[in-house]
Structure formats: C-alpha cells, structure tokens
Design a binder for this molecule. Structure first.
Ligand code: PLP
Length: 402
C-alpha cells in the first residue's frame, strides 16, 4: 500500500473537498534490506553481555598508521582527491601485491573505495541490469546478496560442500545465460575456510568459459593460520579480464572505522567502475587513504603480531568447543570466525536468541544463507580472558538445553 487511509480537509479551506495524504514510504529496496535477518538483530545490548557477534578486530590501529593520518591532516591533505584513489595509496597497494604475491599490477589496475562494502556495491551497480544473476555460495557473507538485490539483480545461491569448499557440480547447475557475476570470500566469512589454489583456478576457468566476472573477496587475506596455504586471485593474470580482487584495510590492519577498501582488476574495468564510485562518494576520505598507504607500504610486523594472537584465540575457542556435546566445528583456517553446527532442535535464530538471554552474543548461521541453519558464527576477535569467560558461558547455556 502506498497510500494511507487518513483523510484531511483541503488546506485551502475549500469546504467539502478532501484529499488523501500520501505517506512517504521507504522504497521496496530498503524494505527488502530492513526485512533481512541481519537487520533485525537486537540493538540494545544487555549489560555484562559478552559480544562474540561483531566481525571486527579488538586491537587498536597500529601507531605508525595513525601517525600517517595525523601527518596528512597537518599537511592539509583535507580536500577532494582523485576518484581513483590517492596516487600514493595506489602505488603502495601495487607494492604490497608485489611483496606478498610476486605480481606486478600498475596503479591503473587499482580503484580505492570507502571500505570493501562500497566496492561490493560498485561492482553490483556497474554490472547488473534487472534480471542479471549473481552466483553466491551458501553460506556466505550476507552483503553480497543484499547488494545484488539492491541494484536490481537476482542473487542465485549455490550450496557449498559440508567442509565449505566449492561443490562444482552444484555450481554448474546454477549457471545460466543470465549469470553475470560471482562473489566469494577466501578466507570465508562466516566459515573461516580458505579456498585451495586448484579451486580458485577452477572458478576462474568457469568464469572464462561462461562469461561471468569472478569477484574474490580477500578481506581476511593476512589472517591465515599455521599450515594453511593461501592463494590470491591476483596471481591468475591470464584470467584478469574475468576476475577481480576485492580487498580492505579493515581487518588486516584493525582499521574498520577508517573505511578504506580497494579493487584490483583490468584497467578497463577500473575505468568502468569509477563512474558509479565517483557519483556515490567523489573519493574516499583522503587522510584515511594516506594512513592506508603507510599500512600497505610499511613494516608488516604489526599484522603478524595480531595474526599470532588470533591463532592463540582460535586454538582456545576450538578447544572449548570440543568439550561441548552435540557440536561439530569445521576447522577454521583463516579470518576470525568459527562456524559450529549444533544438533539441538532449535533453529539458528532461536538458538541465537536463547544465547542472547544468557548474556552471550553470536550470529545466527541463517544470516549467511539457508545452509547456515543449525550453525552459529562465533567471532574470536576478543581477548583470551573474554573468550575464556564467553566460551564457558556458551558451554553452560548449551549444556542446560540437554
Ligand atoms: C568478507 C568480507 N568482505 C568485506 C567486508 C566489508 O568490510 P569493510 O567495508 O569494513 O572493508 C566484510 C566485513 O565484515 C567481510 O566480512
């Protein structure tokens, strides 16, 4: 209904003439977004609750990165910058990709965005027309499906295997002539699974053969645990025309509030995507970009220190989860999430609400897709003390259910 039933007398005073007042309603796209399980999460957090629901580092942004932002402000880098991103940051991103993966992109291959989330929206807005389809694994980071729908496309989910790796048969069944994009994260949110090199090569071959753009979201690329091999999509130069690397400074450098992300792609794609990006933001925050240039080009010791700490936390959480009856936890190889499956008859959402009442906040698996049913996402980006207490509370709550 776009009209309210309320009727008021005409302001001009014409006696007996009445008109219906139109209510300024939110658009269908916003209604769809606010109807999602993710948006319905409680806003008021009970005092003393332990929060293992938020996906963000608890570390402060390293000092040398903060200092670079302060310098930028002092140097009056406080005006509009290039829509593509600050030259110093584009250079620093290229340098970091050479250092980390031995590849040699040019600044023309880089587009800096206001966080990874803006990059996701820029991709959807740039490439999707109504009816175009975007493949999204299930379970997967929920922003992809939201973004695809927001820009008029159709999210098409395909089930991952039980170990959260790609089921190529299930994927092949969902391909259609309207398939235009595919989004996937590695390391995965919410699964913590890292895609194998062969898997990424297989996806890239599929993109090449079926003419769609493969978006690999590597927002957690530096949070890889011992013994796990990470393969970045940027190493597949042969497929550059059909692949796109999406990344962010948020998780790697504990910079969620600075709002800087980036994409690396074919130079022509970057030119295509800058159009919507510029219309939306003009450019990302300039001092924040200068801070990110220091992050990308500077010493990576701070990243390794945080990664080691996350690994200790992952070990603690996995060990605590093993002591709980009726839980099965796939191994977490990267990022800072575990995604255990429970046997109790409650749904994921009901279990999340039950735990909320017990003072422990986690995310319902179904926020990430239908196959997240019976799963919970636990974020271990919290101190060992908090995790110790949180996991004990979690165990007590689950044990009480029998
Ligand atoms: C896989 C993944 N990609 C992208 C983002 C977006 O992060 P940001 O916009 O802070 O860069 C997130 C945030 O949780 C994420 O989990």
């Amino acid at each position: 209904m776009s009209c309210r039933d309320a009727i008021e007398t005409n302001r001009a005073g014409t006696i007996g003439v009445e008109r219906r007042r139109k209510v300024i309603e939110t658009s269908e796209r916003v209604k769809r977004l606010s109807g999602s399980e993710r948006s319905k999460r409680p806003i008021a957090i009970p005092k003393g609750a332990i929060r293992l629901d938020m996906g963000e580092p608890d570390f402060p942004t390293p000092t040398h990165i903060q200092e670079a932002a302060k310098r930028a402000v002092r140097d009056n880098r406080t005006h509009y910058g290039s829509a593509f991103g600050e030259p110093a940051l584009r250079e620093a991103i290229c340098l970091s990709l050479k250092r980390d993966y031995g590849v040699d992109p040019r600044p023309e291959n880089v587009l800096v965005t206001s966080g990874g989330i803006e990059a996701i929206h820029v991709i959807s807005a740039t490439y999707l027309n109504p009816g175009d389809e975007a493949l999204i694994p299930d379970p997967e980071y929920s922003a992809y499906a939201d973004s695809v729908a927001l820009f008029g496309g159709t999210p098409v989910s395909f089930p991952l295997k039980a170990d959260f790796h790609v089921d190529f048969d299930a994927l092949a069944e969902r391909l259609s002539p309207r398939t235009k994009l595919m989004f996937i994260s590695s390391p995965g949110n919410p699964t913590g699974r890292v895609l194998a090199e062969e898997e990424i090569r297989g996806l890239a071959r599929l993109a090449e053969k079926n003419d769609f753009l493969l978006v690999l979201d590597e927002a957690y690329h530096k949070l890889i645990f011992s013994g796990v091999r990470f393969f970045s999509i940027c190493r597949l130069e042969a497929f550059a025309e059909r692949t796109l690397l999406l990344n962010s400074f948020s998780k790697t450098y504990a910079m969620t509030g600075w709002r800087v992300g980036y994409m690396v792609a074919d130079a022509q794609r970057i030119k295509e995507m800058v159009v919507f990006h510029k219309a939306l933001t003009i450019c990302p925050n300039v001092p924040a970009q200068m801070a990110c240039a220091a992050a990308a080009a500077g010493s990576q010791e701070c990243v390794e220190t945080m990664r080691r700490e996350y690994e200790k936390r992952r070990d603690l959480v996995e060990q605590k989860l093993k002591q709980i009856k009726g839980l099965h936890t796939p191994p977490c190889e990267g990022a800072f999430y575990v995604f255990p499956r429970f046997e109790h008859p409650l749904t994921s959402q009901q279990m999340t609400e039950y735990l909320f009442d017990k003072g422990i906040l986690v995310r319902s698996g179904t926020e990430f897709g239908a196959r997240g049913q019976k799963h919970l996402r636990i974020c271990f980006a919290a101190s060992l003390e908090i995790l110790e207490e949180g996991m004990d509370r979690f165990k007590r709550a689950l044990d009480a259910l029998g």
